[in-house]
Design a protein around this ligand. Structure first.
Ligand code: FE2
Length: 176
């Protein structure tokens, strides 16, 4: 079990967060998660229970990418694999289920709330009610992903140039 966890943790530290969306470089997954943890540590008005749930939720919200991106990272192949088909959120839930099942008497309410956080990342699921920790992680996650993506794109543009960025309707101008 220790070996398995070391393997999982090693991938968590090493993997990119995406192929080309944001934090798409070595250690990107850990860096993105760490930025969320830093933001959560500054939340002082939510109470300890919500803050703790946010911290654990942040660690697990993207962890499924170590399965989804396995082909891409380990075999230098395209991203498509069985685990990619399932999607990283479901992979995150499976990893969380596996690890939490090894803890005796893990409280079922926290189990459910952490899964709610994972499901709530990236998009609104109208079938799943949002919770305070779920919405906080969703906002922080989207914001960090958007800013990181913008910074990465900005580095590729020369000063004084206009450019069209993916998913943006107006032009982008690199002023400095
Ligand atoms: Fe994320």
């Amino acid at each position: 079990m220790r070996n398995l966890n070391n393997k999982l943790f090693g991938k968590f530290l090493r993997y990119p967060c995406s192929v080309k969306s944001h934090d798409s470089r070595k250690h990107g997954l850990f860096h993105h998660t760490f930025k969320l943890l830093k933001q959560i540590s500054n939340l002082n008005d939510v109470g300890n229970k919500t803050k703790d749930l946010c911290l654990v939720g942040a660690v697990f919200h993207d962890i499924g990418k170590i399965k989804s991106l396995h082909n891409y990272v380990e075999k230098s192949k395209n991203i498509y694999s069985y685990d990619f088909l399932i999607g990283h959120k479901q992979n995150s839930i499976e990893i969380f289920d596996d690890l939490s099942s090894r803890i005796n008497n893990f409280p079922s309410i926290y189990h459910r709330l952490i899964k709610n956080i994972i499901i709530w990342t990236h998009n609104v699921d109208y079938d799943v009610p949002g919770t305070l920790p779920g919405k906080i992680i969703s906002i922080l996650d989207n914001t960090d992903a958007a800013i990181s993506s913008l910074i990465e794109k900005d580095k590729k543009i020369s000063v004084g140039r206009f450019s069209k960025l993916p998913y943006q309707k107006n032009y982008y101008y690199k002023a400095i």
